[in-house]
Write a protein that binds this ligand. Sequence first.
Ligand SMILES: [Ca+2]
Ligand SMILES: [Ca+2]
Length: 341
Amino acid sequence: MSRIILALFLSVALAGAQTVITIAEAREDSTGDGIPDRLGEIVTIEGVATCEGTLFSSSTPPGLGFYMQDETAGINVYGYDDAIPGDIIAGDEWQLTGEIMQYNGLVEISPSDPSDFTYLGHPGVPDALQLALNQGVSESIEGMLLALGSSSLQQWVTVATEPAFAGGGYNFEVWNGQTAVAVRVNESTQINMAGIAPGVRLFMMGIGGQYDSEPPYDSGYQLLPRYQTDLEIYQPSISDQFHLTVLTPNPFAPSLGETVNLEYGGPAGMRFTITVFDRSGRDVTHLADSRPAGDVIQWDGTDDDDQVLPIGPYIVLLEGFDGDGKRFTTTETVVVAAPLN
Ligand SMILES: [Ca+2]
Ligand SMILES: [Ca+2]
């Protein structure tokens, strides 16, 4: 008898337990047409919310409209307001059960009832996936939190087009290196677009999204910022822009006809003067006087009288003068060398 009871208990427990699949499995598209294999199936996944539960909902009252991700992938969570289990906070981890759907190429999971959600904890929002220079949004990273540009990498994107309002949000494009990336700012995020204009440099974060109205669903990828802080305008200080770079070769051998290349620059309108000093502090040659940026200066290792200077280290002083006559300076060392042998 006890064996029968145990079997009954197990079958009830198994019927109640959900088989959790990864988000990558939930999204799987073995035919590559942008339509998930599991379209219309009810699945259970677990993941961390990367924004509040209604942030991307455009309905009234707001319904479910957010993104969650696990180690494998991300996905849009979509549903009516009567399916909301309570406050969903960015960084919450949830198990949820819902139907796999697809809307204009965007893969969605749609719970229908608050009981489809189980709260698992609050591990916090995962680090954004940093896109490389020239990388755009693509299917495998749709639904994930992405970073486009980075202040720590000093890699920015540049606004390419004026933001245009269309259908409950703003659309514009940015250049990530040589790749144009579409950005969609949903009105529901309440992000203010002031200051976003062509030529402005940004460090950005957002969700990888897609809006492609026609099959095959292989285009229309977008970055979807969540918050004002996801659109950080990069305004480098003058001292960050002012620079002198010694290009190769350094050391260089003037007696072999080598020249050292000096690249310099700064904010628009700045004028530059370049002077070379020897170790004793004597100015030996003047390579530029009140020139604009944009040139690479070549130095052949001679002084102002065209005499080749002795081997050894020399200090290159770059001075920049802005429109108000304010002076900025920086130095680099170059080495005049003898040829080997
Ligand atoms: Ca498919
Ligand atoms: Ca897609």
